[in-house]
Design a protein around this ligand. Structure first.
Ligand SMILES: *[C@@H]1O[C@H](CO)[C@@H](O)[C@H](O)[C@H]1NC(C)=O
Ligand SMILES: *[C@@H]1O[C@H](CO)[C@@H](O)[C@H](O)[C@H]1NC(C)=O
Length: 293
């Protein structure tokens, strides 16, 4: 009898082990979407698998503000989409780590959204011409997820190559009534889209959102000459700093540290504030997905 018991015992142990591995896998998916699952249900091209592993949904529907999966997993982790404040006249360098994921899609674009309280306008960077110029399209009147735009303002003409995997580096400037985007170091290759006055939040995401792309924002510095940046990112005239009147909404133009620093810089050289760097990572890891081919 003993050997049989021993065998049963080890079978049970093996079961237990399998069970706990499964549980861990399930917990990983439900909790934080940690696992990249390759063996999902038979989702079709450009679809992702829901957390319950039973349903599929279109990747363009991920983080669009509407639940598509019964378990709501298509709208999880959306708070982690990288974004930064972009005050009037500020310029920011955006470096996005793009990985091409869906092989047969026109929609592999990196989306730059400038949003207000009710709507966003969008610049989609979806590729480049042979000479390196960006292939873009611009849209206005989009919803807060950057979808369902009321109007296309411009598009690229001619053959545009897909974005290859790698860093997409563009500079983004909020002007008085438009958003301007150009590839890093090439202000001549600029695309603009009209914006509304209350627009000030820049969000960078994928159109087919199979992951939260890591994005670094550098130097929300004030674009116009003679301006300095408040701690909040607001831009005010350099002359407004340390004049004993709080011009920044947060009063940071009158801080003791700031005033010493400003006096030091103004006596040496013209005033460009040190760029600040923030990294908005994927705070939640990748969602599960099914292979696209
Ligand atoms: C945005 O548009 C998408 C695509 O039509 C839609 O499914 C979603 O519900 C909209 N989201 C919001 C927050 O309005
Ligand atoms: C932005 O720059 C323009 C042009 O230099 C200037 O006229 C305007 O006052 C600036 N606006 C703000 C809010 O800094």
């Amino acid at each position: 009898m003993r050997p049989t018991v021993a065998v049963h015992h080890s079978v049970n142990m093996a079961r237990l082990l399998v069970l706990s591995v499964l549980l861990c896998a399930v917990a990983a998916q439900i909790g934080v979407h940690a696992a990249v699952v390759q063996d999902g249900p038979w989702c079709t091209m450009n679809e992702l698998v829901c957390g319950d592993r039973k349903e599929c949904y279109r990747a363009v529907r991920r983080c669009d503000g509407k639940r598509d999966c019964r378990d709501g997993s298509d709208e999880l982790g959306c708070d982690g989409i990288p974004s930064a404040a972009l005050p009037v006249n500020a310029t920011v360098l955006v470096q996005a780590q793009y990985t091409k994921h869906f092989s047969y899609s026109d929609d592999n674009s990196v989306e730059l959204l400038l949003c207000g309280t009710d709507s966003c306008n969008r610049v989609a960077v979806f590729g480049h011409y042979l000479d390196g110029r960006l292939g873009t399209s611009t849209w206005t009147g989009c919803n807060l997820s950057g979808k369902e735009c009321a109007r296309q303002e411009s598009g690229s003409h001619g053959y545009v190559y897909d974005l290859p995997s790698g860093e997409v580096a563009v500079e983004v400037q909020r002007r008085a009534s438009e958003l301007a985007v150009w590839r890093q170091g090439h202000p001549e290759d600029v695309v603009t889209v009209p914006i509304e006055e209350n627009f000030g939040k820049l969000t960078v995401r994928l159109f087919q959102m199979w992951n939260n792309m890591p994005v670094q924002f550098t130097g929300a510095s004030c674009g116009a000459a003679g301006q300095l940046e408040c701690s909040s990112g607001q831009c005010v005239d350099a002359a407004a700093f340390c004049n004993a009147v709080a011009d920044c909404e947060d009063g940071s133009d009158e801080g003791a540290d700031t005033c010493e620093a400003v006096l030091a810089t103004t006596t040496q050289a013209p005033t460009t504030p040190e760029p600040t760097t923030t990294t908005a990572g994927p705070t939640s890891p990748e969602p599960t997905f099914a292979p696209s081919d």
